[in-house]
Each structure stands twice: as C-alpha cells, then as structure tokens.
Design a binder for this molecule. Structure first.
Ligand SMILES: [Zn+2]
Length: 210
C-alpha cells in the first residue's frame, strides 16, 4: 500500500524533529527489520540529496532500513541518471513523495558561484559537469546586489538550485508527470540547515502545508 505523499511528508517532519531534539528512535536498523526487507521494500520517500557527509538523509530524518530511497550527488543536481532513479523507485515501489534535499553552505553551489565569478579553468571535466548543471539556477543572482553580500548570495543560490531540481524532476519526465497527475506523486524542495539540524520544506507544497 502506497503511503500518501502528505502522510510521508508528516513522517519526515516528525523524524527530523526527533533528530533535532536528540530523541532519535534509531529503530528500523535491527537484524529483524533487515530480514523483513529481504523480499521487498516500500520506501516512504525518495530523496535526491547532496553527497555532503554532514547531510545523511536517513539520519537527519531518523529513518531506518527500507524507509528511504536515496540518491546522493554533489549539489543535488538533476541529470538523466537521477531522473531515471526517481522514475524507477516511484514506479516500482509506489513511493509518492520525492524530496530534493539541499543544504546550507553547499560546496557545490559555492564552487559554481566561484567559477562564474573567476572563470577558474583548473576544474576537471567531470567536476565541471556538476557546476554546469548548477549554473543556470544561480547565474542571474550575480547581476543583483547580492554580489556585494557573498553569504546572502550563497543562501539564495542554494535555494534557487533546489527549486531548479524540483522543476526539472516535475517537468523532465513523462513517467513522473503521469504519476503526479494520476497517482498523487508530490515533488518538494527542502533545505537542511547545518547550523540547526532542521529541514525546512519550502517548494512544491500544497498550500495547506506551507
Ligand atoms: Zn552540498
């Protein structure tokens, strides 16, 4: 049975609250739970998060084995393999909630802003492929007054990049569009604060949830 997106979202919010308050259940990682999952999984949410070592999705949402289908890539960018992974999980496991989870002080976003401002050429082609995916979300910020306030610019850029990923997932796949229209799939953007441990959901929510 698919857990409706709104319910999954509430469970993630509760889990994050436990994490912040240091009352994590830490349940769901027992050997018994592992055995239960041998024959299948029904993850309650798909998370497209950043690879940053400080933002492990299962820990910050206090979830266990089999609860989250997690895709991690620097800068939580959307490339075809990320879309394919989300399609796979949404179609195979009936998971109805997708969360793009960015975070404050993201190094991939910082590197992109730096590259846009200094045109550094010493990047590897592979690293550049990440920067290239972030750039469309953030380059217009460089033409605003935020130029003079680098910390504020980074904050805005992190959010702009999360919004872009939500948008790309929402409109970049016929399979996902169909699941949104017919099965109640929800794709939302969220930002994890390294400073507080809190996850703020801020994009793609139905009005009652904001
Ligand atoms: Zn990051």
């Amino acid at each position: 049975m698919a857990v409706p997106a709104i319910e999954a979202l509430a469970l993630l919010r509760e889990g994050n609250r436990r994490f912040v308050n240091e009352v994590r259940h830490g349940a769901g990682v027992s050997q018994a739970r592992r055995r239960e999952l041998v024959d299948g999984q029904e993850p309650l949410a798909i998370i497209l998060g950043c690879s940053d070592s400080r933002v492990p999705a299962e820990i910050v949402f206090d979830q266990g084995l089999g609860d989250l289908f997690v895709i991690r890539v620097a800068g939580n960018i959307v490339a075809p393999s990320q879309i394919g992974s989300v399609e796979f999980a949404a179609a195979q496991f009936c998971t109805r909630l997708v969360v793009v989870l960015g975070h404050t002080q993201c190094g991939a976003i910082e590197a992109t802003l730096e590259q846009l401002q200094r045109r550094t050429e010493d990047q590897s082609r592979n690293l550049r492929s990440i920067v290239d995916r972030v750039r469309p979300a953030v380059w217009t910020l460089l033409e605003t007054d935020l130029r003079n306030d680098p910390p504020a610019m980074l904050r805005q850029a992190v959010r702009a990049n999360i919004r872009m990923s939500v948008n790309q997932l929402s409109h970049g796949s016929a399979i996902l569009e169909q699941l949104i229209d017919e099965e109640g799939l929800m794709i939302v953007g969220a930002e994890y604060s390294l400073e507080t441990g809190e996850v703020e959901f801020f994009d793609g929510l139905p009005r009652a949830q904001t």
